[in-house]
Design a binder for this molecule. Structure first.
Ligand code: PLP
Length: 460
């Protein structure tokens, strides 16, 4: 086979043009239609590579979602930066297993570099350790596993030896609007809903430290607090300094879910909102959201590297690591065999540099403010959140349900992708500015489209 006919060359060529297809934003077929394309009988004999790639593209295209498009505002997702894609392809071409140092020294040392760069960019305690995981859910899982180890050890219980059987009851405190994946992570770790103390939240979905203090006083035993940097709907930040001071009074562990919001620390305009976040014990943050690293990429950052390692480490008689080895990736993330996520993260961080990360965060936040101001000028619509980050929540002043018709109209006619959410008892249009290429002009297009669609659906 000539070089040019290789599946890699074909995929690379396709990668440069796939965004030009006629419907780049919304899937065009139903689940049943996609099943017809994908769920064919497995061939007895393998097909030629080129034919397989053509078939894959044909099957997938009608079901693709355009989160790499600048007119995508539907969820907090990233736009898969081409540099990251290239590094990600190299990762697959190299086929490295980033389990331990010896299975891929390059992957292990790339992770060391990413760890140092992240701690510098996010200005978090430099002694922290970083696990490269699949996303913020697994980052919360990893960090909260370290929290579980540590708070139980402080209460005299050895989790690694004795598990949760016979362990003191651990209470976890969080806002009633904390991201659901924190509860998922806790469930995976053996903490059911009854271990969680939900604290009443304000109009931005944030806990009031007063209620935290009261609730923590009511409970004895080991405690963990989950705080939010970038509430999933409002984009708000909790009062970290006060939360951490209260938690420290109870010898508790504070974990911060900063899936996208923690990146506010990288830009001077937004950084103040994260005041005190560095006092926490652990943080989860995504790479595939604001950094635009191709899926999947997340980081579990833990101040107490020893607890992190105790919770994650895997040792076996055939994993004969040498004292001279570099860090073992699997000591900081779940799983042994794992994707070498450090390469794409390393490439993106190099490609953006400190200024590039700051630029993308401040640009998106400025676009969100601009969008909010434009929408506030549309009669009958109102922005419901204080826009400090990249999230814009839009409600209808009268007949709130009409927002759903507005979203449907926009998706069908305006060349944008938007979504609604239920927020504080009413439906809202929930706009997230997060895609790599989104500029002010895209926000203006969206604002014009909202005004035009609203005129139509308001009078229906
Ligand atoms: C605030 C917050 N926390 C956690 C998550 C979960 O992140 P992931 O989907 O990367 O696992 C998200 C994802 O949207 C989020 O926005």
């Amino acid at each position: 086979m000539s070089k040019d006919a290789s599946p890699l060359a074909k995929a690379a060529r396709y990668g440069q043009t796939f965004r030009d297809r006629p419907h780049p934003l919304h899937p065009t077929e139903t689940a049943a239609q996609l099943r017809e394309r994908f769920c064919t009988p497995l061939p007895k004999q393998g097909l030629p590579e080129g034919e397989v790639l053509d078939a894959l593209i044909d099957a997938a295209e009608p079901g693709l979602v355009g989160n790499t498009d600048p007119n995508f505002f539907a969820w907090v997702m990233g736009g898969s930066d081409p540099l990251g894609v290239a590094a990600d392809w190299l990762t697959s071409v190299w086929g490295q297993n980033a389990g331990i140092y010896q299975t891929s020294p390059a992957a292990a040392i790339a992770e060391e570099a990413v760890e140092a760069w992240l701690l510098e960019l996010l200005d978090l305690p430099r002694e922290s350790s970083v696990g490269l995981v699949t996303g913020a859910t697994m980052a919360a899982f990893t960090a909260l596993a370290a929290a579980r180890t540590e708070v139980l050890a402080r209460a005299g219980h050895d989790f690694e030896a004795d598990g949760l059987q016979g362990a003191p009851l651990v209470r976890v405190f969080m806002s009633d609007e904390a991201h659901v994946t924190n509860k998922t992570a806790l469930r995976h770790l053996g903490f059911g809903a009854s271990s969680i103390v939900h604290l009443p939240s304000d109009e931005a979905g944030l806990m009031d430290p007063y209620y935290l203090a009261k609730a923590m006083e009511r409970h004895s035993g080991p405690k963990i607090v989950v705080a939010q940097a970038g509430q999933i709907n409002s984009g708000g930040f909790e009062g970290f300094a006060e939360i951490c001071r209260i938690a420290q009074g109870h010898n508790a562990w504070v974990h911060v879910d900063g899936a996208f919001g923690l990146w506010a620390r990288a830009a001077s305009e937004t950084r103040a909102q994260t005041h005190g976040v560095e006092m926490a014990d652990s943080w989860s943050v995504d790479g595939h959201k604001w950094l635009q690293i191709p899926y999947d990429s997340g980081f579990a950052i833990v101040r107490h590297a020893d607890a992190h390692r105790r919770a994650m480490s895997i040792t076996a008689n055939y994993l004969n690591e040498d004292p001279e080895d570099g860090r073992s990736p699997t000591s900081y993330a779940p799983g042994l065999s794992r994707r070498a996520r450090g390469f794409a993260a390393w490439a993106i961080l190099q490609g953006l540099g400190r200024d590039g990360v700051a630029e993308i965060v401040s640009r998106h936040c400025a676009i969100a403010r601009h969008l909010g101001a434009r929408i506030n000028g549309i009669e009958g619509l109102e922005v419901l959140n204080k826009i400090g980050l990249n999230q814009v929540l839009v409600g209808a002043s009268e007949e709130p349900e009409r927002i759903i018709a507005l979203a449907d109209h926009l998706n069908a006619h305006a060349g944008v992708f938007v979504k609604t959410a239920a927020w504080k008892g009413r439906p809202v249009l929930r706009l997230s500015v997060i895609s790599r290429e989104t500029e002010i002009a895209h926000a203006d297009h969206l604002a014009d489209a909202i005004a035009a669609s609203w005129r139509i659906v308001r009078d229906q």
